[in-house]
Design a protein around this ligand. Sequence first.
Ligand code: ZN
Length: 178
Amino acid sequence: MIDQILAYNARFVAEKGYEPYVTDKFPARKLAVLTCMDTRLTELLPKALGLRNGDAKIIKNAGGLVLSETDSAIRSLLVGIYELGVREVMVVHHSTCGACHMSYGEFKPHMLERGIPEEVLDQWESKGIDTWLEGFHDTEASVRKTVAAIVNHPLVPGDVTVRGFIIDSVTGALSEVV
Ligand code: ZN
């Protein structure tokens, strides 16, 4: 697959396929979107929000979550805010998210099967891997928790607007979580 992508890429560049996408690093709409890596959202989310190349910083991870004060999503938001002029943040989780039901209990047998040694898993269990890999079970609650983690973060300034949403993974319909 990667080789196919490389061949496609060479043609894309040679045919100047990039020309409609040329922009700069500053988000034109002063917006950041924290969302899930789900493949259903790859094209749907920007299309459904009317976002074009250059409009917004789109930050993705499994679920669109903030798990700790030093989470990489927070780091990215801080870069967006202090370096790139982000003024508004949308947290967008989605219906039937794969990260909803994931659990370490389910991963563990697969990890063992794929050659991760039991002792390594023991070490990670003592570091709290079960909480780290635990899914969320209530999408609205996870949006609220994520919005709160950003709003209450000591390094996020009070003049940044943060709002939470759930997007329908099929239709792209947004509903705000208030
Ligand atoms: Zn998801």
